[in-house]
Structure formats: structure tokens, C-alpha cells
Design a protein around this ligand. Structure first.
Ligand code: NI
Length: 130
């Protein structure tokens, strides 16, 4: 599966953006307030075409809040592109992937559907519909 982005849990999106600029990443979006998901999001890209997503929780209801509390700042999911998210979820469920977040619209990715799954051998992954 093609990788869409690597998601980073951050405490302060503005400070982290500066740190990633120092690694050669440039903003590919503005900071998006995703009120429905209780997060702020910023996408950045480097000259090799790799995309990262900085995710800052705005309160403890955000799903990234626990990842941040437990592991501190750093990468916490890889997002893969799929053609049909419901079909991909059905297939992965048969292979010991647990749905932790059902498909919902992601404001920062043009309201495309995203879902999160967890596998004990892999950790957290995200799917985004093409
Ligand atoms: Ni993501």
C-alpha cells in the first residue's frame, strides 16, 4: 500500500513545525482546527516527497492525547492509501487488526474518510480513501 503520511504526536504544533523546517520540511497546508476530532493538524512535505502530519490534541478527548501522554512526542502512526476503506477494514479485521476509530471525515485531507486500526505486531495505522 502506498504511504500517505507519517503522523507525529506533538504538544505544540508551531514549535514542532520549526523543528521539522530545520530538517527540510515545508508546510503543505495551513494549521487546520479539526474541531470534531479535538485536534490541530499541519501537513509538511520534504523535497523527496515524504509527507508528515503534525497532530496536537486540544483536549484530553483527542485520540492522540493518550499516545502523547504514554510515549511523548514522536511518530505514532503511518497512514496508507486505500481505494475502498470499508473493504480494506473488512479484510484487515480478518487479519487481527482491530478498528480503534471508525471511518470519519478528515478535515485536513479534503474531508476524505480516514480510519485507525491497531495490530499488536504493528501498532497503530491509519487508512485514507484515495
Ligand atoms: Ni494521520
Amino acid at each position: 500500500m502506498e504511504i500517505h503520511h507519517i503522523g507525529y504526536a506533538v504538544r505544540d504544533i508551531v514549535s514542532s513545525a520549526q523543528a521539522f523546517r530545520d530538517l527540510g520540511y515545508k508546510e503543505s497546508s495551513g494549521i487546520v482546527d479539526d474541531v470534531a476530532r479535538n485536534i490541530k493538524i499541519l501537513f509538511m512535505k520534504n523535497s523527496e516527497g515524504y509527507t508528515i502530519e503534525l497532530v496536537e490534541p486540544v483536549n484530553e478527548r483527542a485520540s492522540v492525547y493518550n499516545a502523547l501522554k504514554k510515549n511523548g512526542e514522536g511518530p505514532y502512526h503511518i497512514c496508507y492509501i486505500v481505494d475502498d476503506i470499508e473493504h480494506a477494514l473488512d479484510e484487515l479485521k480478518k487479519k487481527k487488526y482491530m478498528i480503534v476509530c471508525k471511518p470519519q471525515k478528515a478535515k485536513a485531507i479534503d474531508d476524505k474518510l480516514v480510519a485507525f486500526l491497531y495490530n499488536i505486531r504493528v501498532g497503530l495505522i491509519e487508512l485514507v480513501e484515495r
